[in-house]
Design a protein around this ligand. Structure first.
Ligand code: F6P
Length: 362
């Protein structure tokens, strides 16, 4: 019988995590009479022994807050845990036994792990070591398979849309090409949704390698048709045909060590050189993960959080709540971590955008 559960947020933060924590704590306490422990800084808390009790009053008023009241870490893979020698050089150790030990020491009957593919792959290995884990899918990238949508995505798309709206006025005044680079890692969801909602003229996504020459021709044709400015939305993982993605830096301690970024500058320079038009780049960066979650994300996060507690009580460990259409289902963590959900080349939304004149650079 489940009496005491832990909750943690792993990986990068995103708007809506606090709404999950809010739902988990209230559902657990009010509906099931459980005790809840908040693990601090993702799995780091279970390695280093950092946690706190979470009572009903601790989660009052946290729904609109961005980030996570528990802290997060995307460098805390217990199976490949970073340590630093006297010279400050990083080396790695398997600290999973410590996680199991602390889980037992806390008398946890289950753990709810809010995270994306990195957190879920750690969860998968800890399940094999006997921990009882239920996941909650989170990422602005919307690239987690088995769920139609993750919370955080809608909030990121809103920020991208507002940024494009703002860029329109300055692009218009100066008759410029504005290139806006957005996040999303290896998937183009944020660029596609944000680009369509903001009325981007060109949208470049990782799933469709682009030709800079053709993008430049498209922009020149717009100019000839009397459009004196253009907005190009480029996903950080987008890349020209036959070329690699642009890597900004390597983070050795992280689950996915690659940090993408910089393709926006390549695209703007390429357009300037080919068209003679002035181009500027805006890299939206972590603004896309900041601020208050949208109403849609708050509702989705609340549904996920409440359902995760139900799954714990039902003993459905190794599962997480997922959205299919508008229904919540439970689906296996293992299935989700082994494939990435990218934009299908014949996604209906992509086809609609093409039919409205949006160019994808192919
Ligand atoms: O996965 C979410 C995300 O924001 C990606 O879109 C982005 O590539 C990455 O995380 C940035 O990671 P970090 O916060 O470590 O710079």
């Amino acid at each position: 019988m489940v009496k005491r559960i832990g909750v943690l947020s792993g990986g990068g933060d995103c708007p809506g995590i606090n709404a999950v924590i809010h739902a988990v704590v209230k559902r657990a306490i009010l509906h099931y009479g459980l005790e809840v422990i908040g693990i601090l800084d993702g799995f780091e808390g279970l390695v280093e022994g950092k946690w706190r009790d979470l009572h009903y009053n601790d989660v009052s008023g946290i729904m609109p807050l961005g980030g996570t009241i528990l802290g997060a870490s995307n460098r805390a893979n217990p199976f490949h845990y970073p340590r630093y020698d006297e010279q400050g050089k990083v080396y790695f150790q398997d600290m999973s036994a410590k996680v199991v030990e602390n889980y037992r020491r806390l008398n946890l009957d289950a753990l709810i792990a809010i995270g994306g593919d990195g957190t879920f792959s750690v969860a998968e290995k800890l399940l094999a070591q006997g921990l009882q884990i239920v996941g909650v899918p989170k990422t602005i990238d919307n690239d987690l398979s088995s769920t139609d949508m993750t919370f955080g995505f809608d909030s990121a798309v809103k920020i991208v849309t507002e940024a494009i709206d703002a860029l329109h006025t300055t692009a218009q005044s100066h008759h410029r090409v504005m290139v806006i680079e957005v996040m999303g890692r290896y998937a183009g969801w944020i660029a596609l949704y944000g680009g369509i909602a903001g009325g981007g003229d060109v949208i470049l996504i990782p799933e469709i390698p682009f030709h800079l020459d053709k993008v430049a021709e498209f922009i020149l044709r717009r100019r000839q048709a009397g459009k004196r400015f253009s907005i190009v939305v480029v996903a950080e993982g987008a890349h020209p045909v036959g070329q690699e993605m642009v890597v900004q830096k390597i983070v050795a301690e992280s689950h996915d060590q690659i940090r993408l970024g910089g393709i926006g500058y390549v695209v703007a320079q390429g357009i300037e050189e080919r068209t003679g038009l002035e181009a500027r780049t805006v890299i939206l960066g972590h603004l896309q993960r900041g601020g208050s979650p949208t109403a849609f994300d708050r509702i989705l996060a609340t549904r996920f959080g409440a359902k995760a507690v139900d799954l714990v009580v039902e003993g459905k460990f190794g599962y997480f709540p997922a959205l299919r259409g508008n229904e919540l289902v439970s689906t296996s963590i293992t299935e989700a971590v082994h494939s990435l959900k990218t934009v299908p080349l014949h996604s209906p939304l992509l086809d609609i955008a093409r039919s409205l004149g949006t160019y994808f650079g192919d």
